[in-house]
Design a protein around this ligand. Structure first.
Ligand code: ADP
Ligand code: MG
Length: 403
């Protein structure tokens, strides 16, 4: 029988009752005959005693060297792992905990946002062969020198898929508090519904464009070795959303091409930046984007025309952006308080009229489009933040995503 990786998110582990639900899925995996690796996040959300943000708030003025900060941040998952271990022993299920480094997750030394450089799963494999469930605290890795690192936000998803890839798992199951990946954030669109099957690219796009249900890096890692992911609910028994290759998606439903739009997502707190080419200089774009890159400001939504450039930055980088441009002698126009609404779908490519339909949906709601752009699987529009939720709902309705 194969290997199954099960990852439980913070909201699935908050209290005894929820952990019972997680245990149900672990037992079920065992009953099906899988060798199990269980990856756990820190318990709960900010305010809960051992959640990552709560641990960070213990630092009085927040100042601590990055190495020590990672050590603090990594403890939430360790507590979670030990609690789950105890619960499994109580059920008579033999198990062992392997910390990130012990599980063979090697990273570089970029503390706080370390990248996995190598995976050496021999020890995990050995414990599995001895019939044990292996519990791995998510979100953490280790450098070659033995320093503990953390993998950045959503890092436990990455732990799960990286281990899944290293072991050639049959599935990586991401257990969370929603039924699967939905057509829109259920906190914004009440009638959003779970999607049965999606391609890696669709999900990675959706995640990069704001859907916080799974980390894009986790999806990209699984995609390298074609390891299927299922995003599913801890609190139900549904299979959730299967994430797999385009070939598999096409095999499992004839739908993917008819399904032009898969989902709608949003990123709030964006600032639009306009720089005019007053003096008609034609190296304007080059100068502007070089300066942004040099200062590590990530830019997006770039429109270039002979009269200037328009692009977006995160709102918290707005003032820094203005200063940099001013120092270069430009007089940029900044529009804070924007949001980026994105429409994602593998079927957008080659389907005419998708943009027209989006425009129609927004015009009907009297929402102004400040900027727009597209690639072959995505269309973006920039709107005012106060219009964001209405825009997401209008587009969701227009494409009948609730049906
Ligand atoms: P976990 O603690 O399990 O990692 P997360 O909070 O990271 O949970 O992810 C689940 C949450 O993602 C959901 O509760 C939901 O509010 C949010 N979410 C945002 N966009 C989507 C979407 N398109 N589909 C499903 N959930 C989404
Ligand atoms: Mg998460």
């Amino acid at each position: 029988m194969g290997i199954l990786v099960q990852k439980f998110g913070g909201t699935s582990l908050t209290d005894h009752e929820r952990r019972e639900r997680a245990l149900f899925h672990i037992r079920k995996g065992k009953e099906k005959g899988y060798d199990l690796v269980v990856v756990v996040s820190a318990m709960g959300r900010k305010g809960d005693p051992y959640a990552t943000d709560t641990l960070l708030s213990l630092l009085e003025d927040g100042e601590i060297p990055p190495r020590e900060k990672d050590l603090l941040m990594s403890t939430g998952e360790v507590i979670s792992a030990a609690v789950m271990s105890g619960a499994l022993w109580k059920e008579g299920l033999p198990n062992t905990i392997l910390l990130g480094g012990q599980a063979g997750i090697l990273t570089n030394d970029r503390f706080g946002n370390a990248l996995i450089t190598d995976l050496r799963p021999e020890r995990v494999r050995k414990e599995l062969e001895e019939g044990k469930i292996v519990i791995v605290p998510g979100f953490q890795g280790m450098t070659l020198d033995g320093e503990i690192t953390t993998l950045g936000r959503g890092g436990s998803d990455t732990t799960a898929t990286a281990i899944g890839v290293a072991l050639g798992a049959e599935y990586v199951d991401i257990f969370t508090d929603v039924e699967g990946i939905m057509t829109a954030d259920p906190r914004i669109v009440r009638e959003a519904r779970p999607i049965d099957v999606m391609t890696y690219t669709e999900v990675a796009n959706l995640a990069h464009l704001g859907a916080k249900v799974i980390h894009p890096r986790a999806v990209e890692i699984a995609m390298q070795k074609n390891i299927p992911i299922r995003v599913r609910s801890t609190f139900g028994e549904g299979e959730g959303t299967l994430i797999t290759s385009l070939t598999e998606v096409n095999r499992s439903l004839a739908e993917v091409k008819d399904r032009i739009v898969t989902g709608v997502t949003q990123v709030p707190h964006i600032t639009q930046v306009k720089v005019r080419a007053e003096r008609g200089e034609f190296d304007l774009q080059l100068r502007v984007f070089k300066a942004m890159a040099e200062h590590g400001i990530s830019v997006d939504f770039i429109n270039v025309s002979p009269s200037g450039v328009v692009y977006t930055v995160y709102e918290h980088e707005g003032e820094r952006t203005r200063k940099i441009l001013a120092e270069m002698g430009y007089e940029p126009e900044l529009l804070p308080g924007c949001a980026k609404v994105s429409v994602v779908g593998a079927g957008i490519a080659g389907t005419p009229g998708v943009m027209a339909k989006i425009v129609e949906a927004l015009v009907e709601e009297e929402i102004r489009i400040l900027q727009s752009a597209d690639s072959h699987t995505t269309i973006w529009v920039l709107v005012k933040l106060e219009d964001m939720n209405r825009a997401v709902r209008a587009i969701h309705r227009k494409f009948h995503l609730n049906e």
